[in-house]
Design a protein around this ligand. Structure first.
Ligand SMILES: Nc1ncnc2c1ncn2[C@@H]1O[C@H](COP(=O)(O)OP(=O)(O)O)[C@@H](O)[C@H]1O
Ligand SMILES: [Mg+2]
Length: 262
């Protein structure tokens, strides 16, 4: 098996005349926390949408664990351990934190109406297992005190933690995080970073994260991939990225590569 959990080969996505992702190639090393940065509009989110099966590509291929997953729909990838979070958290605001976690689809037989009718005992038992798992996840994220709080009442940062928690309800292998740190205050950002590092170390999750905050990226990511105009401009350590002329130039006149002031 290859060292790379994910390979993107010459991927292209056109929106009308605009190539949002343009002949883009990159690899994600198994076990890494790989950062993706790039000016606004450089195609980062579109790249995630293509990889995670939320959009269909025009050209190129995506290989996950040596299998071609180009244009495989997101729900199927979810079952194979390729998960993503969204730039804007999308919790069920009227449900509690615990219920939100329990809603994450899995192979639970309760989802199957026939099973619910003919094997109610089995469904009850599985619900108990899922509930216990959800408690484990809130514990891991230090959200136990909020387990029964409505998700709509959480702070922005806590919602991001819950978003990460959803990936922990299944056996994730590769998790794509789209600006999971954006709008999160310093203290929570630290917790979020710690949770990600812990998942990487203890549960062997590979992460690929789009971020703007260079301090956060320096703490978390190696390597860092820089995108510009829909493809890869540069790849290196965060130190190399900060010093690279091409990278600095691509950000000139843009305010993306700045420290966040919260
Ligand atoms: N659904 C869409 N329809 C048309 N254009 C889009 C769509 N999604 C993104 N784009 C365009 O594609 C380019 C890349 O966007 P995006 O991937 O969101 O960039 P980033 O995440 O790096 O800020 C932008 O010019 C954006 O306006
Ligand atoms: Mg984006």
């Amino acid at each position: 098996m290859s060292d790379n959990i994910l390979q993107v080969n010459n991927l292209t996505k056109l929106f009308g005349g605009l190539a949002a992702v343009s002949n883009c190639s990159l690899n994600i090393r198994s076990g890494s926390i790989t950062g993706i940065i790039g000016p606004n509009g450089s195609g980062k989110t579109t790249l995630f949408n293509l990889i995670a099966g939320n959009l269909k590509s025009n050209d190129g291929e995506v290989i996950f664990n040596d299998e071609n997953i180009t244009d495989v729909p997101s729900h199927e990838l979810f079952g194979r351990g390729l998960l993503r979070t969204f730039q804007i958290a999308h919790e069920f605001s009227n449900l509690t934190v615990l219920e939100n976690l329990m809603m994450v689809p899995s192979n639970q037989s309760g989802e199957n109406l026939l099973n619910a009718l003919i094997k109610p005992g089995l469904v009850k038992k599985e619900e108990k297992v899922i509930r216990e798992k959800a408690y484990e996840v809130v514990d891991f994220l230090n959200l136990t005190h909020l387990a029964n709080e409505r998700a709509g009442n959480l702070s922005g940062g806590q919602k991001k933690l819950l978003e990460l928690g959803r990936t922990m309800m299944v056996d994730a292998k590769l998790v794509l995080l789209d600006e999971v740190g954006a709008g999160v205050n310093r203290t929570l950002l630290k917790d979020l970073g710690t949770a990600i590092l812990k998942l990487n170390k203890e549960k062997n999750y590979t992460f690929c994260m789009i971020e703007h905050d260079m301090d956060f990226i320096s703490r978390m990511c190696d390597p860092v991939i820089v995108m510009a105009d829909g493809s890869v401009l540069f790849e290196g350590t965060s130190e190399e990225v900060k010093k690279n002329e091409k990278v600095i130039e691509s950000y000139l006149g843009k305010s993306n590569l700045t420290k966040k002031e919260n």
